[in-house]
Design a protein around this ligand. Sequence first.
Ligand code: SF4
Length: 429
Amino acid sequence: MELIRKLEILADAAKYDASCASSGAARKDSRGSTGVGSTGGVGICHSYTPDGRCVSLLKLLLTNNCIYDCHYCINRRSSNVRRARFTPEEVVRITLDFYKRNYIEGLFLSSGIIRSADHTMEMVIDVARKLREEHQFRGYIHLKTIPEASPALIELAGRYADRISINIELPSETSIARLAPEKNLARTQDAMAHIKTKIEERFAEKRYPENPVKPPPFATGQSTQMIVGADDSTDAHILQRADTLYTGYKLRRVYYSGFSPIPEPSSLLPIKPPPLVREHRLYQADWLLRFYGFQVGEIADDQSPNLDLALDPKLSWALRHRERFPVDVNRASREELLRIPGLGVRNVERILAARRFTRLRLADLVLLRLSMKKILPFIIAADHTPTLLGLDSDSLRQRFLPPPKQLELDFENPAPTKADVQSSISGEL
Ligand code: SF4
């Protein structure tokens, strides 16, 4: 098969994997050496395909052949799709060619499982090894690893990659047994624990450079992806799993990928994909867990197991906990300020810095470019108390709801696209 045909098939097959962010890679470049490329410490830029997937990395599968039969996956054994397979040399050649033409800034390489997990990992590692050792490639490399592969191979992958990831796929053991019968949550978590240990060893070495025993280099972080909407897991369940992964395995990111219907779908899958906004709300809730001091139980619990799709999760929490408001922006702690809807981490820092010199008034907050409509009902400022806006009024929620509209007829205000969802991966809440 011609290389271009393989590229068409295997780049398309890789688009379902959302976990390809590149932030946090160690800084390195080829100045003063014979190598090629560089990796900025703060990550590289992303662009998005029309369906919102990241493409600034060359995102490929080594092959879309697979001996596993995960029901939600287009590349599963029983799927009737065109198959292709790169040799490691072909991936190396394409990566270098694209890199030198400035099309890409790095490589994201995943693969279906061929012959065995170890055999596949060896092929994936071979690509990274050739790039790093034979071509001195210093661009970003993200390798998707296979939990069933031997720990020694996962370790080797981490030596060449900036980021490695293992997809957890589904939040519960039961869903995995039902939809991905050859996979096993415990094995995936063991592999993540192993990677976490290796990453910690690497950072310990940096912290104690005088230590005579130097561990080999290793990736700076790991991430994972969870598919949303392929099973009946609630948002509370998904966020609980994500929280366990962040705290237990020190993951850099958990990506939430709305289940996309695939051709010839399995009868075990839902007919319709989840609304795109659910993915968006999960990213927002994830942000609250990591940067705003929220616990999962505050965002979603047994009583309200799914996120409010109409409102962002922080606003939704604030409306359910009106007794915590209003908050005085001139006196509140950082933790209290972070709970105010519409106030992001950056703006909280600005408020804390500004109020050292003056008692803040509404005009000062306007100068900080805050979302005044959103924050006014929840704050006290030197010249403002929110009684007029009716914090206790039942109509407060109504004020924040988007106006009702007929989606099918509204061409000027379309529903969010995948790109909108991806851009929500970061932002002020
Ligand atoms: S192992 Fe990966 S590529 Fe293979 S069927 Fe499962 S999800 Fe798809």
